[in-house]
Design a protein around this ligand. Structure first.
Ligand code: DGJ
Length: 733
């Protein structure tokens, strides 16, 4: 069992071959964190490791001795002398915010339990992981707090969550319930996060930690484009390939908080969970609240080591269903080709050209329903616009299938326009506060998914749509953040539950649709990549990365995304030039060379390409089909970062390192430059590889490729494209 409890010292040691996590029950029953990091030896007693809980001037002490302010704690309470950010706040009926949970009991078991109604990592065999529930008890409120930890046997991963169970008659309200806290004994870290905005999601940001709080989060009702629910703490010298890093990823799609606090005594606290903003969860006798899960990854092989662990775990034990292990289809999406301006003829024209080029799936985007010719109407009316599509979705899907393509469709089921049949029939179904202005975003409003009848109604419409047509793929979009959050049917005291219940409603609809239609491939989307989070991946194996399809912009977006998310989860398409978002003109091979490192597809009308370009597209598709398995299931290494210079490179390598494909990209051309030596990583030093890019071939040992580099004449790149030139390098042992 990789979780042991040493009875005498009351130490828990959670470990596998890679990592150790040590918790101690202190004399006063509270939990202290002793160690988290690379695997250490087990021993009966770690209590000699003082956490400096001594009394100093200006500190409060619990039990006349222990100063919580200096303790490294597991799940800290507020109001009892620890003046840092707490992990939770439980308010009593008398208004008190003070609570004190003490160790009561624990259970260690094989495997991992699902979290009811919530996405979470899982096991297929019990032997893959061991878990522990540590039960803490607050005798004043008669509340249990269950802290759950799971350690995966074969990965440096620990997952954590917390559950509050109200046992007694005392009525309490949870005003904050985070999922995890880790206190590190030093502050020698830099914090990494993925922040951005629409069109430039998941940009890598690094900052040195100093005393005080560094926080990211969302109060937008979605995990957001602004901050991804992910934080990593790395040592200052840590690189892509070496050094320590601790990653924290939150399996949730709504409001979140990720915060790092450094104290003047150099303790670093990381907390992560549901954002306490507008969160109040009453608990009556017999009721409980389960937090979502935080996934913690440790790596001492740099950032690539951390990312590869996240990729393995998320691709195989978070993503579920038919599509988890299947190669993903090459799709074409009509959004940038037509926007709202299409009819059946135009669509079939795009689809048949795509089929001719070798595309496998056609996706009909926004504009097919109600009176949707402009974005101010019809959201909520999920029945086809017969003027555009005389035979409806059913007829169109059959015609697309007859062309030899699979058919997919776009929906945005969480929204309504006021100009819709849905809103006219149910004006109280949107989130809005009585007597207040209802802010609009893209002229639309958020449906109140905290209400079951709303979710049921939408399920009914989608169920009908899917069952009547030949749909094999669904792009589920969500194009506005929440404001004036208020549910018209909830009581005053339940209004603080709405933002979380909304997300539970979204998850429940996903669960119903994915279990009724297990063959459908779902791709989540939110104004591009504003809800690219692990919670979504549990239901939708792919996420549309960004509305910015420019190849050069995508280098940064995909590089950042890959910190946590596997390549095959990130939708990446070749689009037209000048690019619709930034107006940039990049070569068509560079557009594909970037998009190959994702769930690959096209987002343009191939009829509008020249014969020469179309021939290139055909070759791209042939190439991708040949190497799709490698791109989608290989091990990915980032090598040169677009955040640090003019060049980007990365590589995917197969399991036995006999084959790999690297991408090398230059942003701007360099005049009068020397030959490039493109150094790669992740391959076998001792293997002799055939190295090929474009018309160039070499025979090189892995050691040469990694240490000297593959020669590339800059004059060739100059001639090939100049700015935005790229090459794909194929290695075959
Ligand atoms: C936002 C998405 O990111 C786009 O790809 C497209 O589906 C539009 N919404 C449609 O409204």
């Amino acid at each position: 069992m990789p979780i042991v409890f040493h009875e005498k010292s009351r130490d828990f040691h959670i470990y596998n071959d890679y990592i150790s996590y040590v918790i101690e029950v202190m004399e006063n029953g509270m939990l202290k964190n002793v160690y988290y990091g690379k695997r250490i030896h087990d021993r009966d007693d770690f209590s000699y490791q003082s956490n400096d809980g001594f009394l100093m001037h200006g500190v409060c002490s619990v039990d006349g001795g222990l100063a919580l302010q200096h303790q490294r704690q597991e799940y800290p309470a507020c109001g009892i002398g620890d003046f840092r950010e707490s992990a939770f706040l439980l308010r009593q009926e008398n208004g008190s915010h003070v609570s004190r949970f003490e160790y009561s009991t624990h259970t260690i078991y094989e495997g991992k339990k699902p979290l009811e109604g919530l996405p979470a990592t899982y096991v297929e065999k019990k032997s893959e992981a061991t878990s522990i529930d540590i039960v803490m008890y607050d005798h004043v409120t008669d509340t249990n707090l269950v802290l759950t930890y799971t350690i995966y046997e074969a990965l440096p991963v620990i997952t954590r969550s917390a559950r509050f169970e109200q046992k007694g008659d005392c009525k309490v309200v949870l005003e904050k319930a985070l999922s995890a806290c880790v206190d590190f004994p030093d502050k020698d870290f830099e914090m990494i996060h993925l922040s951005g905005a629409w069109g430039r999601e998941r940009q890598i940001k690094v900052r040195k930690l100093e005393e005080g709080v560094s926080a990211i989060g969302s109060i937008r009702g979605a995990s957001s484009a602004e901050h991804n629910p992910f934080i990593a703490l790395k040592r200052p010298h840590t690189t892509e390939f070496s050094g320590e890093v601790y990653g924290f990823s939150f399996v949730y799609s709504g409001n979140f908080l990720g915060e790092v606090e450094v104290t003047p005594h150099d303790i670093t606290r990381v907390i992560m969970g549901i954002n306490p903003f507008n969160f109040k969860w009453p608990l009556n006798k017999g009721e409980s609240f389960q937090t979502p899960e935080v996934v913690m990854v440790y790596s001492d092989t740099g950032l690539n080591g951390m990312s590869q662990t996240f990729h393995t775990l998320y691709a195989s034990r978070l993503v579920r269903g038919t599509w988890r292990d299947k190669e993903r289809p090459i799709l074409i999406n009509n959004w940038e080709a037509t926007y709202f301006d299409f009819d059946e003829g135009k669509i079939l024209n795009i689809a048949s050209k795509a089929r001719e080029a070798g595309v496998e799936l056609f996706v009909l985007d926004d504009g097919w329903y109600g009176e949707r010719n402009i974005d101010d109407r019809s959201l909520g009316d999920w029945y086809p616009n017969k003027k555009k599509l005389p035979e409806g979705i059913s007829g169109l899907s059959k015609k697309v299938e007859a062309l030899g393509l699979k058919f997919g469709i776009w929906i945005e089921p969480e929204m309504a326009n006021k100009n819709s049949d849905l809103y006219r029939a149910h004006p109280d179904w949107i989130l809005s506060t009585p007597d207040r202005y209802e802010s609009m975003c893209r002229t639309q409003h958020t449906l109140d998914y905290s209400r079951k009848e709303v979710v049921d109604y939408i399920f009914g419409l989608l169920d009908k749509l899917i069952s009547e047509s030949k749909i094999t793929y669904i792009k589920w979009d969500m194009n506005r953040y929440m404001s004036e959050v208020y549910s018209r049917t909830a009581s005053a005291e339940m209004q603080g539950t709405i933002m979380h219940k909304y997300i539970l409603g979204v998850y429940s609809l996903y669960e119903r649709l994915t279990s009724k239609y297990p063959e459908i491939l779902f791709e989540s989307c939110a104004s591009g990549g504003a809800r690219f989070d692990p919670g979504m991946l549990y239901y939708a194996p792919q996420t549309w990365s960004s509305d910015d399809t420019d190849a050069i912009e995508r280098l940064k977006i995909q590089y950042g995304t890959s910190l946590v998310y596997p390549l095959r989860s990130a939708g990446a398409h070749v689009s037209a030039v000048p690019n619709h978002q930034v107006g940039r003109v990049t070569p068509i091979d560079t557009r594909a060379n970037v998009a190959f490192y994702g769930a690959f597809g096209y987002e343009l009308d191939l009829n509008k390409l020249s014969d020469e370009e179309l021939a290139q597209v055909k070759k791209q598709i042939e190439f991708y089909k040949e190497y799709r398995k490698l791109f989608q299931f290989g091990k990915f290494y980032r090598i040169l970062s677009p955040y640090e210079g003019n060049e980007t490179s990365w590589i995917v390598v197969n399991e036995d390192k006999s084959e790999a494909i690297a991408g090398y990209y230059q942003t701007l051309n360099k005049v009068n430059g020397s030959w490039l030596k493109v150094k790669l990583e992740g391959i076998d030093s001792d293997k002799l590889y055939d190295v090929t890019y474009d018309d160039f071939t070499y025979k090189m040992y892995g050691s040469e490729i990694m240490r000297i580099g593959i020669p590339v004449d800059r004059k060739y790149l100059n001639k090939k494209a100049g700015d935005f030139a790229s090459i794909l390098i194929h290695l075959k042992a």
